[in-house]
Design a protein around this ligand. Structure first.
Ligand code: PLP
Length: 237
């Protein structure tokens, strides 16, 4: 195992509690997702043994190779898909994930609905929104997000439960830009929650290893942390 998962988890959880407190957030209002992409199942199991149950993966194939065996051993473990998702991967994604956080287009919702209907599963989704200059994923405009929610409200997606919003801040040293991106998502989510009160959408998935403190200050309810828990990813594998 490459990183000391146990002590890293302790450090991150302590930091989350500290920033919650400092920024006036309720204790425990921020959940931690351990992003295990490019790390082996044994690292995931090490994290589970420390009480970490929520994981995130980018690629359906990798998640499909790793997680079914983990779920068998640890039924309370949970997986969210967080990477941009091709429609032909949805069938396998909805089998293993409890939530798709990277919903970035209406055609993807059509496919999620179709595949979930087949296996009679309802799935939670977050709407991923493009909030920073450099990142490329996510709905491009608020109008598009609103359209997606309108379709949900019209009953077009009975197997999809909107639960919140997700974004990736731009990869920059400029903390002002990072913060701006998180504020943009929070404000958009407030407007959508007001427009669609029939949906319970409390989640704001924002913040990664390098910027989760700022994200918590700006209202994140779910931080997605990979490197700071599992160490650097080896992309050559
Ligand atoms: C990889 C990834 C993360 C984790 O990034 P780290 O910098 O390793 O913490 C979070 N969110 C998404 C969408 C990712 O792709």
């Amino acid at each position: 195992m490459s990183a000391d998962v146990k002590s890293n988890l302790q450090i991150i959880n302590d930091k989350i509690r500290q920033v919650e407190k400092k920024s006036g957030r309720a204790e425990g209002s921020v959940k931690l997702m351990a992003v295990s992409k490019f790390h082996p199942a044994e690292d995931v199991i090490a994290a589970i043994n420390e009480g970490q149950l929520l994981f995130g993966e980018n690629r359906v194939q990798e998640a499909g190779e790793k997680f079914p065996a983990i779920f068998e051993q640890f039924p309370s473990a949970e997986l969210h898909m967080i990477g941009s998702l091709q429609s032909n991967k949805v069938k396998n994604a909805v089998k293993i994930a409890s939530c798709i956080e990277s919903v970035d287009r209406i055609s993807l919702m059509d496919e999620i609905e179709k595949q979930c209907a087949k296996i009679e599963k309802t799935i939670s989704v977050f709407f991923e929104v493009h909030t920073g200059e450099e990142s490329k994923s996510g709905f491009e405009s608020e109008e598009e997000v609103e359209k997606a929610l309108s379709l949900c409200a019209q009953g077009k997606y009975p197997h999809i439960i909107p639960r919140g919003f997700m974004t990736m801040a731009p990869f920059t040293e400029d903390k002002t830009l990072v913060r701006k991106s998180f504020v943009t998502l929070r404000e958009l989510s407030e407007r959508m929650k007001a427009k669609f009160p029939q949906f319970d959408m409390p989640e704001l998935s924002m913040g990664m290893s390098g910027d989760f403190e700022i994200a918590i200050e700006e209202g994140s309810t779910l931080v997605r942390v990979g490197t700071a828990i599992f160490g650097e990813r080896d992309y050559s594998k």
